[in-house]
Design a protein around this ligand. Structure first.
Ligand SMILES: Cc1ncc(C[n+]2csc(CCOP(=O)(O)OP(=O)(O)O)c2C)c(N)n1
Ligand SMILES: [Mg+2]
Length: 580
């Protein structure tokens, strides 16, 4: 403490940013240092924040987004100006699309020079570029506004439908000094940043009436329901009504996947046949075929008479693709609680024929799958390798599963059951590759649990350098690379006969395990289910950073995995006349 009473105590932009974040319970920064935010990262660490430094900003941004989803606090990504900012922007846009709360804080160059386009170091009008890609974007020019700027960013990220927020902090701001006491008073502790939004009683009554009259009801759980952390209420709603449910991929585990009311193993049947569908924090986007088309049954009276109930925090989500008969607008926890209040023992259970028909299909499909999983082909295929992962996750339900790829994604989603909420992090709404290591780091850092990342070899490549980050922070991450020598499979050949390999093919038999060894982690090759089991068990027992290069039959995958229908094919090629 200073004894010199003549000199007023001063603070500056660096301190105010760190103080404002800490005041709001933010204890971790994901970022990549450089001008002008290097000292900000140092100060944050000095002041007791966890600062996780990455090798590329996109992965720091993805980590922030996943941290936001897991904790319901905005994850913070800190980047330098222009190129660092742009590298972080993909993650910000992806977070917004996924409705994950995050704040991208970027340093930026001098406004006076940037706005006159006089060629500053890393010149870019970052605020304008960020704006259309996120939920809100702000810039702070004066140290005394840092508190308000951060408060606005936090509230924008968390309230209503969560999303990404951009906060622009020009280099000059950090060195601005002001009276420390005035600085302290300028900070804002955000009160109730994600206020509950209670649904209107008449909307709840309308939904309950529809549900009551349903003959073949179905509940669809989206990642919004997982994010809401209303796990007990969601489970009670399913169990009290006895309505079968389907989880979207990141809602898996909200109820355990082996729950009697899970209709996952009869997905196509229930989507085609349900007469009343209740969406809980799930959007009727491409992942649900926009609520129409053949996924939803043969065109005809049944499709036309199907009715939707939709629980969502965003009123504009309603009627996005098809008419919604009963919108219930509010936060998922409040909406589900309000419905539960109107459901007592007299609430009609779904018809036995409906449940029986679902169970019949479930049993058939599950025994078919069991037979496929039990096969032990050489080389391993997706099924035999994932049978191992399935058993390991069952034995370690606390572990967080990160998953990306095409076939690697689709097969993992359907084969590996989840047992607890928010344990599955994946490519989300965009089907984006590159989330793997960023999500894995965030999962390990924010939860302290073991992390298993099931990665296509192409998918892994997008963030592979972050294995150094995993080793540097000694995170308990076990990466399993499903190595089939390429995108979708490794067998494509160059149609021209030239010496370049096909665009989807990689170096054959690549030694991904050496990447982890290079930084002191454990790298193992697994060619059989027995080897894979041993390596994964060792990784989980030791908690050491591990990369398992799982050798998968390079012919086993299919083009685009399960979304081949979205892949345009050359019409010219198709129309080529056949030689008589
Ligand atoms: C950022 C981004 N770039 C490209 C794609 C297109 N894409 C979809 S899946 C995929 C990789 C699939 O290969 P792999 O990860 O090896 O999975 P596999 O099917 O071989 O198991 C690519 C490149 C994407 N989804 N996202
Ligand atoms: Mg592959």
């Amino acid at each position: 403490m200073s004894t010199d009473t003549d000199t007023p105590e001063l603070t500056d932009g660096f301190h105010l940013v760190v103080d404002a974040l800490k005041l709001n319970g933010i204890d971790t920064l994901f970022g990549l240092p450089g001008i002008p935010i290097t000292d900000l990262a140092r100060l944050a660490q000095a002041q007791g924040m966890r600062v996780i430094s990455f090798r590329h900003e996109q992965h720091a941004g993805n980590a922030a987004a996943a941290a936001g989803f897991l904790t319901r606090k905005p994850g913070i990504c800190l980047t330098v100006s222009a190129p660092g900012f742009l590298n972080g922007l993909t993650a910000l846009a992806n977070a917004t699309t996924n409705c994950f709360p995050m704040i991208l804080i970027s340093g930026s160059s001098e406004r006076e020079i940037v706005d006159l386009q006089q060629g500053d170091y890393e010149e870019m009008d970052q605020l304008a570029i960020a704006k259309p890609l996120c939920k809100a974007a702000y810039r702070v020019l004066h140290a005394q506004d840092i508190g308000i700027g951060i408060a606005r960013a936090i509230r924008a990220a968390l309230s209503g439908r969560p999303g990404g927020v951009y906060l622009d902090l020009p280099a000059k701001l950090f060195a601005q000094s002001m009276d420390a006491e005035a600085g302290r008073r300028s900070l804002v502790q955000v009160v109730d940043p994600a206020p509950r939004q209670i649904p209107a009683p008449d909307a709840v009554a309308r939904a309950l009436a529809l549900l009551r009259a349903a003959k073949r009801p179905l509940i669809l759980l989206g990642k919004g329901a997982a994010y809401a952390q209303a796990d007990a209420e969601v489970r009670a709603l399913v169990e009290r009504t006895g309505i079968p449910y389907l989880p979207m991929s990141m809602a898996k585990g909200l109820l355990p996947d082996n729950h009697a009311l899970s209709a996952s193993a009869a997905r196509s049947y229930v989507l085609a046949e349900a007469d009343v569908v209740m969406l809980i924090g799930a959007r009727l986007n491409w992942l649900l075929s926009h609520g129409k088309g053949k996924t939803w049954g043969a065109p005809g009276p049944q499709q036309l008479s199907r009715q939707f109930i939709q629980l969502d925090i965003a009123p504009t989500e309603i009627d996005s693709n098809v008419a919604v008969a009963a919108p219930v607008i509010g936060d998922i926890g409040s909406c589900v609680s309000a419905l539960l209040a109107g459901i007592d023992a007299s609430f009609p259970k779904p018809a036995a024929e409906w449940l029986g028909a679902i169970n019949e299909r479930k049993d058939k499909n599950l025994s078919k799958m069991a037979a496929t999983l039990a096969a032990n082909p050489s080389p391993m295929n997706f099924h035999s390798a994932l049978n191992v992962v399935r058993q390991i996750v069952q034995a370690h339900p606390d572990a967080i599963l990160v998953n990306e790829g095409a076939n690697t994604l689709d097969f993992t989603r359907s084969i590996v059951d989840m047992y607890q909420p928010r344990k599955r992090l994946d490519v989300g709404t965009w089907g984006i590759m590159g989330i793997g290591m960023g999500f894995a780091v965030a999962a390990a850092v924010t939860t302290g649990q073991r992390v298993i990342a099931i990665e296509g070899d192409s998918a892994f490549g997008f963030s592979g350098m972050e294995v150094e980050t995993i080793c540097r922070y000694q995170l308990p991450v076990c990466v399993v690379v499903f190595n089939n020598n390429g995108v979708y499979r490794g067998t494509d050949v160059n149609p021209s006969g030239g010496s370049d390999v096909a665009p989807t093919a990689f170096v054959k038999n690549a030694r991904y395990e050496l990447m982890m060894q290079a930084f002191g982690g454990v790298g193992v090759v697994a060619s059989t289910p027995v080897e894979l089991t041993r390596a994964m068990n060792e990784a989980i027992a030791s908690g050491r950073p591990t990369l398992i290069n799982a050798i998968i039959d390079e012919t086993a995958g299919t083009e685009s995995g399960r979304i081949a229908s979205l892949n345009p094919q050359s019409a010219a090629k198709k129309k080529q006349p056949t030689t008589p």
